[in-house]
Design a protein around this ligand. Structure first.
Ligand SMILES: [Zn+2]
Length: 116
């Protein structure tokens, strides 16, 4: 993998560049994924309180997480060598699918909460 800031090679799985110390595309992906996980946790928490609290406040958070995941995914695909590119693109695609599924769930829950 090549650092997008200084163009130096860094070891696969490194979240920070050993040369310039800035966050790598993989680091950004990791961050986006933990944000996504946090949004999912929030969604689950809100879902358990359904009927009392509207789920509308979860959707913007989820959307931000989805955008970050897909942006980080494209950055990773660019940074990766051709050999690793297929796996990264597949991962990014799976994350996108998961994010869209989560968005659908959030919308459905919102609808259910509103109709109560
Ligand atoms: Zn660097």
């Amino acid at each position: 993998m090549k650092c997008k800031h200084c163009d130096m090679e860094y070891g696969a799985g490194s979240h920070f560049c050993q040369s310039c110390g800035r966050m790598t595309a993989e680091g950004e992906m990791g961050l986006a994924m933990s944000e996504f996980a946090a949004a999912m946790k929030h969604l689950a928490k809100e879902a358990t309180r359904m009927g009392k609290v509207s789920l509308q406040n979860v959707e913007p958070e989820l959307k931000t997480a989805i955008q970050r995941v897909s942006r980080a995914g494209s950055k990773m695909a660019v940074a990766a060598k051709p050999a690793g590119q297929k796996a990264i693109i597949a991962t990014a695609k799976a994350m996108k699918l998961a994010a869209h599924a989560a968005e659908k769930v959030a919308k459905e829950l919102n609808k259910a909460a509103r109709s109560q």
